[in-house]
Design a protein around this ligand. Structure first.
Ligand code: ZN
Length: 79
């Protein structure tokens, strides 16, 4: 009985150590993911393009409101 108990105890210790290593690995991956998400959020907040709102301007030809920098549909139709 003593031998079987030692064997089970050793197996249990190996299992616990393996589980701890696996859990730590998961935690580090999770931390890295969280840090990456935080960095992405900061970059998005710091990016000048994200702060500039979409400005709508009326097309000089047809009067349709379009975002600045984009070409109106009527311009494509004329060409
Ligand atoms: Zn137009």
């Amino acid at each position: 009985m003593g031998f079987i108990f030692k064997l089970l105890l050793t197996a249990l210790i190996i299992l616990v150590v393996w589980w701890v290593v696996k859990f730590r690995g998961r935690m580090s991956v999770l931390k890295a993911a969280v840090q990456a998400a935080k960095r992405a959020a900061q970059q998005a907040a710091n990016a000048p393009t994200s702060k500039v709102p979409v400005v709508l301007v009326a097309c000089p030809k047809c009067g349709t409101y379009i975002a600045t920098g984009t070409v109106c549909i009527c311009a494509n139709e004329s060409t």
